[in-house]
Design a protein around this ligand. Sequence first.
Ligand code: FE2
Ligand code: FE2
Length: 126
Amino acid sequence: MPLIKWHDAYSVKNEILDNQHKSIFNLLNSLYDSCMSNTVYFTYNSILDELTRFTKKHFATEEKHLKEIGYGNIEEHLKEHREFENIMNNVFASEPNNYDNCKELLVFVADFILHHVIVIDRNYSE
Ligand SMILES: [Fe+2]
Ligand SMILES: [Fe+2]
């Protein structure tokens, strides 16, 4: 069973950004599968790396969109994106192969992404 499931109610009413959010959910589910299985040693770091890189790409697309629509709360939104990037960079800098604490990290990452996509991102769609 996947960790998180996409619902239409999560839409930010932009197809490209919705599809990127769905991909992030899928990567998060892959990270969860890896964490829970005995293949964690082989897959964990590459999935985490892909999640970090794809999230960065998504932030760039989303920030371009926010500028285009003249979103008023952009500074605060960008601050959250940078915060997440910094934390993910630190994860790799300090513990490059630490699948031992993958559950702990997964809870943090899933919590941030879910809250950001479902609550924070949806503010700009209205
Ligand atoms: Fe987003
Ligand atoms: Fe965002």
